[in-house]
Design a binder for this molecule. Structure first.
Ligand code: COA
Length: 148
């Protein structure tokens, strides 16, 4: 059974190694773009199978109070097994536990359907980040008051 949970501080290197393989080696993102200096202020998540650590994601609260899901990555050999979904579930559970109302992310346009399936809705225009087209998306975590 895969284990998907918050990474310990010692496991940050496992998270970064997965990101290096997926973003830097596979997607030609630069090391500087991946290692943006914000990891210490993030909650890091790790997916572990019999193969070892194979997936990661991080949760970050921005200066304007937005909760972001970032650096969602599963090693190519472990995709399609539900690990990306489990990582998003773990991140959203943690955000809910902290009383957050929503999660925002910048999806690579190619994987927008992955997030749409999980309840994220696109907002705003597409934009380039690390030369890759992105789309901002948002998912409310609990019912928000409606205007009467
Ligand atoms: C996007 C990514 C994290 C998905 O991880 P994964 O473990 O393969 O995803 P899962 O197996 O949990 O898939 C969950 C669902 O999303 C769907 N899905 C996954 N990737 C998809 C894609 N690229 N396009 C459309 N649907 C996709 C699956 O079919 C599955 O559908 P189901 O619930 O009906 O079975 C993984 O493909 C990845 O790391 N890609 C490279 C890095 C990347 O692009 N990260 C996103 C940055 S925004």
């Amino acid at each position: 059974m895969p284990q998907v949970r918050i990474a310990t501080p010692e496991e940050l290197s496992d998270c970064l190694a997965i990101r290096h393989d997926v973003f830097v080696l596979e997607q030609a993102v630069t090391v500087e773009e991946d290692l943006d200096g914000l990891d210490a202020q993030c909650v890091q998540f790790l997916a572990i199978t019999d193969e070892g650590p194979v997936g990661t994601a991080r949760m970050r609260k921005t200066d304007d109070g937005e909760v972001r899901a970032e650096r969602v990555a599963v090693r190519a050999s472990s995709r399609g097994l539900g690990l990306g979904a489990l990582l998003m579930d773990a991140l959203e559970d943690e955000a809910r536990r902290r009383g957050e109302a929503a999660v925002v992310l910048h999806a690579q346009v190619e994987v927008v359907p992955f997030y749409t399936r999980r309840g994220y809705e696109p907002f705003g225009p597409q934009f380039l980040d690390a030369r890759i087209p992105h789309q901002a998306m948002r998912k409310p975590l609990r019912s928000e008051p409606t205007e009467s």
